[in-house]
Design a protein around this ligand. Structure first.
Ligand code: TRP
Length: 336
């Protein structure tokens, strides 16, 4: 607990371009949580280097992600929004947790298996211990709740296992975090393959709407979206492409699928696609304008970045010191 509130932690990678799916499925929900919880939102740039990155691109994207967090409505005074690499306690705690995590546990991680298949020429140790760094992220803040997608559930389970293991050995060290899966929040699928989630790592750029796409690009991608030959607009699993378009439409303007189906009754797919593009753009244009403003206000951003890293460090070092003491690191004498 911090300030009598439960602690909530989540993070996003700065790799790839954030998609509408990241916004509607995650970011948008985060905004509604800041009153109820003490929230930490991290740009996990240390996780990013588990696959090879171009330094300039990584730096630019990390900055953009920070700006998107704020532009989307996360108040940097209420939430702690920071770069993982600015808070050295993450990597330090990770070392300790490494010594309490078994090879067998990491070997079972499906994301490791997927990523090593995908990057067969760069199966580095960081890719293998990625979940341990994620556990450190979470446990450093004595986190109660972690909003994550289903794809990160296995990693979260591992964080719980490590926390429980250390608590069993040393007495209470860590809060054991729970996954937090808000009921609201749409699962947005690829526009080109509605059986798969819209993903920032999708190779086909037409499958994803990126948060920085301009209005024409959004319209073009919507028009190209894969549909079917049924010719009716209904909200059902047999029409995954149409269902996804309706989900996007509804998530953007707060309508229910029933309302949307009624609205498009008797209309063609083209009408739906244009309406989807319009409602997406109604969200993206103000977001992009705000990102641009933030990007030009270097002094403001620098202050936010510094203040929030300090705040994160303050809480992180409390936990780290506690752990170091428990495991028997020598006490550091105070300078007189
Ligand atoms: N691995 C997460 C992802 O790719 C990102 C992440 C890193 C994270 N550390 C975290 C998410 C801690 C939640 C909590 O989506």
């Amino acid at each position: 607990m911090i300030n009598d509130k439960k602690v909530l932690f989540s993070g996003m990678q700065a790799t790839g371009n954030l998609t509408l799916g990241n916004y509607l499925g995650a970011l948008k929900n985060w905004i509604s949580l800041s009153d109820e919880f003490e929230c930490f939102y991290c740009v996990v740039d240390e996780h990013s280097i588990t696959v090879r990155q171009d330094p300039a691109t990584l730096r630019k994207r990390a900055r953009l992600l920070m700006e998107i967090y704020i532009a989307a409505g996360l108040d940097p005074e209420k939430n702690t929004i920071y770069y993982q690499s600015h808070v050295p306690q993450h990597a330090e705690l990770m070392w300790i947790l490494n010594c309490f995590t078994y090879m067998g546990e990491l070997n079972r991680m499906t994301q490791f298996k997927d990523k090593s298949a995908k990057h067969a020429d760069n199966i580095n140790a960081g890719l293998f211990t990625y979940p341990v760094l994620m556990a450190a992220d979470i446990l450093l803040y004595q986190t109660d709740l972690v909003p994550v997608g289903i794809d990160q559930k296995q990693h979260l389970e591992l964080a719980r296992t490590i926390a429980e293991r250390m608590n069993n050995i040393y007495g209470p060290v860590f809060t054991v975090p729970e996954g937090y899966y808000p009921k609201i929040g749409a699962k947005i699928m690829s526009l080109q393959d509605p059986a798969h989630k819209m993903s920032k790592s999708d190779e086909n750029p037409n499958g994803s709407i990126y948060l920085m796409d301009d209005a024409d690009t959004v319209a073009r991608k919507c028009r190209r979206a894969v549909t079917d030959s049924e010719g009716v607009i209904l909200y059902r699993d047999e029409q995954p492409g149409i269902k996804n378009l309706l989900d996007i439409y509804c998530a953007c303007n707060g309508k229910t699928p029933e309302m949307a189906v009624a609205e498009f009754e008797g209309k063609g797919y083209g009408v739906l696609k244009d309406a989807v593009a319009e409602s997406v753009n109604a969200i993206l244009s103000p977001l992009q304008a705000r990102v641009k403003e933030l990007d030009q206000d270097k002094d403001y951003m620098d202050k936010i970045i510094l203040d929030n890293a300090d705040k994160a460090s303050y809480y992180a070092s409390k936990t780290l010191r506690k752990v170091q003491k428990k495991i028997g690191y020598p006490e550091r004498p105070r300078r007189k």
